[in-house]
Write a protein that binds this ligand. Structure first.
Ligand SMILES: Cc1cc2nc3c(=O)[nH]c(=O)nc-3n(C[C@H](O)[C@H](O)[C@H](O)COP(=O)(O)OP(=O)(O)OC[C@H]3O[C@@H](n4cnc5c(N)ncnc54)[C@H](O)[C@@H]3O)c2cc1C
Length: 407
């Protein structure tokens, strides 16, 4: 392999470039904006920190957070002391550090926006804003909104995205907060970063108009007293692939490969994407260095794709199911207050270590008794029935986890 062009210097591109350069390839990373504060929570799970301990080095400046509050759509809440803290970082600092690692390994970083990609007999022609380039292999790691994707694979559909909207709020806090909301597959969050908070909301595209999603976030900010004055606003798209899109996923072809958000590798249930961007970039670098790019899609699928596809199958159930009138995520928060097992399960979800394939069996095993108790209470009126707005399926006679059978 002569020259690999990596388009995008975010977590996916930087990791791919670093791994490729270490493997001896000539790598050029194209990044249109160095030090960009990418719209993001900046949350790094325990799973990410375990695989990439350098994320905790002082230079990344991530803030470790051990206190988290989860609030159901009903307003009921639970606070957890996280067994393994999450780390929250500024994306401009994280991206810079990752690119520096790539450069130290020998990758060249070029500040330019690639505006067009074209295949030629000699390889790839890349048209940049500053000048033109050529490469033998192209890695597209240009994020969720890349206009270059259709040069390689069909674009993702609107149903494969969440829209996000939020603010960088001045101030410092020690509590990470997540609020689930009625009738949307998403949540509002407040993640404390080193010197400000990322406060935002995500919802599946098409569920609500942007103005309605914004109004929900503003309400969340008023309730919890996050100041909007002086806060910088952001909006972005976040991949959240549907089940069918996971089965159609194409990650590599002749002379090209995709990594990170450009490929849709984001957890559709939680929105976690930094880990999957880094890991897919790294796997791609390993496979390309070994001259085995054809095995890259399989490795991604085995390590994370199948898990994320399973997450897509659970999304509707998690956010919209009807368990005695409330959604699964509301019930989880209620049950956290009485069940060690559910608290452990939530801890594992926050850490990113609970495989989705095992989520329902774990709940079924441990919650039988609690669900019977809740059912009894709902009949006696302690938990209002779903005619108070508990979501679709109201009043239907269904199993405790909707229509999805236990695995
Ligand atoms: C609001 C929001 C909150 C989120 N919160 C979290 C969170 O808390 N934790 C988490 O794990 N994930 C979170 N995510 C997801 C996470 O941000 C992404 O999954 C992750 O950034 C993907 O990394 P990437 O390298 O694939 O793409 P990106 O981070 O988007 O990087 C792509 C890079 O490519 C550059 N680029 C784009 N086009 C070109 C071009 N044509 N030429 C040159 N350069 C180009 C861009 O400038 C950018 O630097 C969040 C996402 C959003 C939108």
């Amino acid at each position: 392999m002569n020259t690999v062009a990596v388009i995008g210097g975010g977590p996916a591109g930087a990791m791919a470039a670093e791994r490729l350069a270490r493997g001896g390839a000539r790598v050029v990373v194209f990044e249109e904006k160095l030090g960009r504060e990418k719209p993001c929570g900046g949350g790094l799970t325990a799973k990410a920190l375990r695989r990439y301990p350098f994320l905790l080095e002082a230079a990344v400046g991530a803030r470790r957070i051990s206190q988290a509050e989860f609030i159901a759509a009903t307003g009921e809440s639970v606070r957890l002391h996280l067994r393994r803290p999450v780390a929250v970082c500024s994306r401009s600092v994280l991206n810079q550090r990752l690119l520096e690692r790539a450069a130290r390994s020998g990758a060249e970083v070029v500040v330019d926006r690639v505006v067009r990609l074209q295949r030629s007999a000699a390889g790839w022609e890349l048209a940049g804003r500053q000048r033109n380039y050529r490469a033998d292999f192209v890695v597209l790691a240009a994020g969720a909104r890349s206009r270059l994707r259709p040069a390689l694979v069909p674009d993702l559909a609107p149903k494969d995205f969440m829209l996000t909207f939020g603010y960088y709020v001045p101030g410092a806090e020690d509590l990470l907060r997540v609020q689930f909301l009625e009738n949307i597959e998403g949540y509002a969050w407040a993640f404390p970063r080193p010197d400000h908070l990322s406060v935002g909301i995500c919802a599946k595209v098409g569920e609500e108009k942007m103005a309605e999603v914004q109004a929900r976030l503003h309400h969340f900010m008023e309730v919890f007293d996050y100041r909007r004055r002086g806060a910088r606003m952001f909006a972005h798209l976040l991949p959240a692939l549907t089940v069918s899109s996971w089965s159609d996923l194409r990650l590599a072809g002749d002379g090209w490969a995709l990594a990170g958000d450009a490929s849709g590798l984001v957890d559709p249930l939680t929105g976690e994407g930094i880990y999957f961007a880094m890991r897919s970039g790294e796997l791609l670098g390993e496979c390309l260095s070994a001259g085995e790019v054809a095995v890259y899609p399989q490795r991604v699928w085995e390590e994370c794709g199948s898990q994320l596809a399973h997450g897509a199958r659970l999304t509707g159930l998690y956010y919209r199911s009807n368990i005695f009138g409330k959604t699964l995520c509301t019930r989880m928060i209620q049950l956290c207050r009485r069940s060690d097992l559910v608290r452990d399960l939530l801890q594992d979800l926050v850490e990113g270590t609970q495989p989705y394939a095992g989520l329902l069996p774990r709940l079924y095993r441990g919650l039988g008794a609690s669900l019977v108790e809740i059912g009894a209470q709902s009949l006696t009126g302690m938990f209002p029935r779903s005619d108070d707005g508990g979501g679709p399926g109201t009043g239907e006679s269904r199993g405790p986890f909707g229509t999805l059978a236990p695995e």
